[in-house]
Design a protein around this ligand. Structure first.
Ligand code: G3P
Length: 217
């Protein structure tokens, strides 16, 4: 299972990279704005900076909502660095763009996926990653993990190569449950990833080991 961090914050990306378990980064326009990164020039520089920190895939989202605009933006983004994955929204023009990018060998991540039907068409169009937003479904009284299960079954039925990238992760148990279901990738905040480390019995056990060591020395 791959771990991506869902942020545009460079220090958090560095911290996750230093932990040694990071496989990539996902960003979106909201995450960029949260870091105060605005204007095309700054946004492009930021993508380049992120690519220098991590070794894996870096999702960069298009802003256009028409096929020609997405094609133009996606081709420009893909040229920035071979690590760039063009993030395309799940809309009709987006499906056309996914197919185009697939045909010309540009990696894609289909975003804003909330149903198994959307995930099916993204795979048919050749998306490399599909991003079901599980936290936002949970926020709306719909079980996000059930969607991951459905997509896993559909992709396995037909051996689709599209990787399930569970997005909108809200907490550590989302990650554990996605691992149990068989999501290929999770993307979440640093706090959710580092939460995997925690167990009070580990802390209690370590404290006791160190105390006992001191007694003998
Ligand atoms: O990057 C897409 C997705 O992970 C967004 O998450 O927390 O805004 O629902 P969130």
């Amino acid at each position: 299972m791959k771990f991506f961090i869902d942020t545009a914050n460079l220090s958090q990306i560095r911290e996750a990279q230093d932990l040694g378990v990071l496989d990539g980064v996902t960003t979106n326009p909201s995450l960029m704005a949260k870091e105060g990164i605005t204007g095309n020039g700054n946004i492009i520089k930021h993508y380049k900076d992120i690519c220098e920190i991590v070794n894996g895939d870096v999702s960069a989202e298009v802003i256009s909502v028409d096929f020609e605009g997405m094609k133009r933006e996606g081709e420009m983004l893909a040229k920035l660095n071979p690590q760039i994955v063009v993030k395309v929204p799940m809309i009709e023009e987006g499906v056309k763009a996914l197919k185009y990018f697939s045909d010309v060998g540009i990696k894609t991540n289909c975003t804003l996926v909330f149903s198994s039907g959307q995930a099916l068409i993204a795979a048919k169009a050749g998306a490399n990653y599909v991003s079901p937003f599980i936290g936002r479904l949970d926020d709306n009284s719909t079980d996000g993990l059930e969607l991951i299960k459905e997509i896993r079954q559909i992709y396995d039925n037909f051996a689709f190569k599209t990787e399930i990238l569970a997005a909108s992760i809200r907490h550590t148990m989302h990650i554990v449950n996605c691992a149990k279901i068989g999501a290929d990738v999770i993307t979440g905040p640093l706090s959710s990833i580092k939460g995997l480390l925690n167990h009070p019995l580990t802390d209690i056990g370590l404290k006791k080991f160190l105390e006992d060591y001191k007694k003998g020395n």
